[in-house]
Design a binder for this molecule. Structure first.
Ligand SMILES: C[S@@+](CC[C@H](N)C(=O)[O-])C[C@H]1O[C@@H](n2cnc3c(N)ncnc32)[C@H](O)[C@@H]1O
Length: 300
């Protein structure tokens, strides 16, 4: 992790993977983001599940293991337990302490359902431990987290996901292209919660890589890059400064940025085509009335 982080910090422009936004506080801040009036994705996706979960359930293999990728507070999957009736629930997340707490209270709520928490980084490999079961799996990847990957990375990830399904399938939420006036505030809210989420990366980096970032030196920047169809989040230096760590340093000019997250927005037909290229078949999708968000079932 440290080597990966420092390589990104030394690059021009500097970058870090969005997975580092999630320490225990980052996970709580993301939870708060989903409550914001500007953050339409969670509400829109929840409404799609509310309207169509029964139709989705009819397509899922019976007695499958539900594998929640980037489970966070596990709430989205938990709402579906009574309809999907999984045989087992496997929650996967890089933010281990937050996952441990979420899963602990969920197990108390659903004592009869076998549950397993897996702390891992699935960006390079999706190989699950044997305790995750050998039968068909429904991989659940909501929240448009797939948008954190470039289209090429997304294809690689989807191919790995297909292999990890054991003949089941993938239920995936994808944010769709829409006007920048809607997109941008969702990543730059008036209250400043997304700014806090982004800036919280810095103390996390200090802890992971021994850097000496000062919060007061950096501001949150988010905008829609129309050409690349993605929201970009950056941290921008408020003055010329130097960041040091054991064995190295990086100078930043005033206004220079660290690119901390991409959130790609897809056209529905393009994402369906990507799922097909990754080897999935039978790909029904459900959307909201405004066509802002889509949930796809992709059979492995
Ligand atoms: C955008 S949040 C989504 C949380 C929840 N699934 C939802 O839809 O509201 C992304 C989640 O994925 C986790 N995550 C991000 N990158 C990850 C990675 N490379 N490996 C494992 N988990 C990751 C984060 O810790 C976080 O809980």
């Amino acid at each position: 992790m440290r080597a990966e982080l420092l390589q990104g910090l030394l690059a021009t422009p500097a970058f870090t993977s969005p997975k580092y936004l999630y320490d225990a506080l980052g996970s709580k801040l993301f939870e708060a983001i989903t409550e914001l009036p500007e953050y339409y994705p969670s509400r829109t996706e929840a409404a799609i599940f509310e309207a169509h979960a029964t139709a989705m359930a009819a397509l899922l293999p019976a007695g499958a293991t539900l594998v929640d990728l980037g489970a966070g507070n596990c709430e989205k999957a938990a709402r579906l337990f009574p309809i999907f009736r999984p045989q087992r629930y496997v929650a996967v997340d890089i933010s281990v302490e937050f996952l441990r707490k979420s899963l602990g209270s969920l197990q108390a709520q659903f004592p009869a359902l076998a549950m397993l928490g897996v702390g891992m980084d699935f960006s390079s490999s999706l190989t699950l431990p044997p305790q995750a079961g050998t039968g068909p799996r429904v991989l659940f990847y909501p929240g448009s987290s797939i948008g954190n990957f470039t289209p090429d990375q997304a294809l690689t990830f989807l191919r790995q996901a297909r292999a990890a399904c054991n003949g089941g399938g993938l239920l995936i939420g994808v944010d769709l292209v829409k006007p920048a006036e809607v997109l941008q505030p969702a990543y730059d809210d008036e209250l400043g919660v997304t700014a806090a989420f982004n800036r919280n990366l810095l103390p996390h980096l200090n802890q992971l890589a021994g850097t000496d970032f000062r919060l007061s030196d950096w501001q949150h920047v988010a905008f829609f890059n129309t050409g690349k169809s993605r929201i970009e989040m950056h941290l921008q230096a408020l003055q010329a400064l130097r960041v040091c760590w054991p064995g190295g340093e990086r100078r930043f000019a005033k206004g220079e940025r660290i690119h901390t997250e991409n959130s790609y927005k897809w056209r529905q037909a393009d994402f369906a085509a990507l799922l097909k290229t990754a080897g999935f078949t039978h790909i029904p999708a459900w959307t909201d009335e405004r066509g802002w968000f889509a949930v796809f079932w992709a059979q492995a």
